[in-house]
Design a protein around this ligand. Structure first.
Ligand SMILES: [Zn+2]
Ligand SMILES: [Zn+2]
Length: 353
């Protein structure tokens, strides 16, 4: 096939990524060729770009690799065996290429599959004009949902999975620790899943992000300015939050989460910090707190995400604070590193200045 533009991690070193001419991917009999219409930059992309030791160890990227895994687009072509979508369909994609064979896949827990390369890391990703994906990972995107909200489907599935893992129930009070894109999405989804009150905690440097959280109906708390525990106890008659989502991935975030949750409450750990955290396990016992690890999503969340995208699209779209053409992916990564705004969305060259 022909050539296209792509943002590719080429060399195993910090930076080492380039905007290049690249072959349009071939499609196998069961694959779908998708023209990418919107692709979100995510922490994982930033890590792949910066190339710290733990990334190389944990993610095992295969270079050279086209980066990017959060996206939506239009089907350009399908292999002869594909029956579920056709050329011209609007689609979103589960970027986790779980093996379908291992114990966990067969148990419906594809998120913790033994062999689960991620698009943009273990296989060519979405920071390109085209991407080829196996059809079982491709899902229809509702006509009423814009492509850039479709590109938030992956993060939304992460959130839906966490909400199920932490058993959020109608009427719950929720605290979200961390005001980054994942924290923001957790606030949106909690409010759309029946939480009556959602607090979001962040640092002084997150002021702009916390303001956005306030705009969608959450209660922002700057931890240097006010004690989140006092505030939440006051709102809950001294009880604490029913559910806490830790999204910061920092030891202090875990400690804060345990301080905010009520007796008998649940703490969902989403943040993937690389530093160990000391936890007073006696407190877990005395207060009967459940600490729940939660990772990625299963096909079940992809079945359910359409309705959430449709209902919550206005709030979800607030996550997108910057739009750049694909050719400026590197600039986007630098913006992310500076914790400016929330999500950077990469769009086709001719659709944004
Ligand atoms: Zn991501
Ligand atoms: Zn598997």
């Amino acid at each position: 096939m022909g050539e296209m533009k792509a943002f590719v991690k080429v060399r195993p070193e910090p930076g080492g990524a380039e905007y290049l001419d690249w072959d349009v991917p071939n499609i196998g009999a069961g694959d779908v060729l998708i023209r990418v219409k919107a692709a979100g930059l995510c922490g994982t992309d930033m890590h792949l770009y910066e190339w710290p030791d733990n990334i190389v160890r944990e993610y095992k990227p295969k270079l050279p690799v086209v980066m990017g895994h959060e996206f939506a687009g239009i089907v350009a072509e399908v292999g002869p065996e594909v029956k579920t979508v056709k050329a011209g369909d609007r689609v979103m994609v589960n970027p986790l290429l779980y093996c379908e064979e291992c114990y966990f896949c067969k148990d419906g827990r594809q998120n913790i599959c033994d062999n689960r390369p991620l698009l943009g890391l273990g296989a060519d990703g979405a920071f390109a004009e085209f991407i080829s994906v196996r059809s079982s990972n491709v899902h229809r995107l509702d006509d009423a949902v814009p492509f850039e909200v479709g590109a938030l489907s992956e993060l939304t599935c992460v959130g839906l999975h966490a909400i199920e893992r932490a058993r959020l129930t109608g009427g719950d009070t929720v605290a979200v620790v961390g005001a980054g894109p994942l924290g923001f999405i957790m606030a949106v989804l909690s409010l759309h899943s029946g939480a009556v009150r959602v607090f979001v905690t962040g640092l002084k440097t997150d002021r702009e992000r916390l303001q956005l959280a306030g705009k969608i109906g959450a209660i922002p708390i700057i931890v240097e300015a006010e004690d989140p525990r006092e505030q939440i106890l006051e709102y809950t008659g001294g009880l604490g939050a029913d559910v806490v989502f830790e999204t910061a991935g920092a030891p202090s975030g875990v400690t804060q989460s345990l301080n905010l949750v009520r007796k008998g409450g649940r703490v969902g750990i989403l943040g993937q910090g690389h530093e160990a955290t000391e936890i007073p396990t006696a407190m877990l016992s005395f207060r009967e707190i459940e600490l729940v690890g939660t990772r990625a999503y299963t096909p079940r969340e992809w079945q359910r995400v359409s309705a959430m995208l449709l209902n919550a699209q206005h709030d979800l779209s607030q996550t997108i604070t910057r739009r750049l053409p694909l050719g400026k992916a590197e600039e986007g990564i630098k913006l992310m590193k500076g914790r400016e705004g929330l999500k950077v969305m990469l769009l086709p060259e001719d659709e944004v200045r």
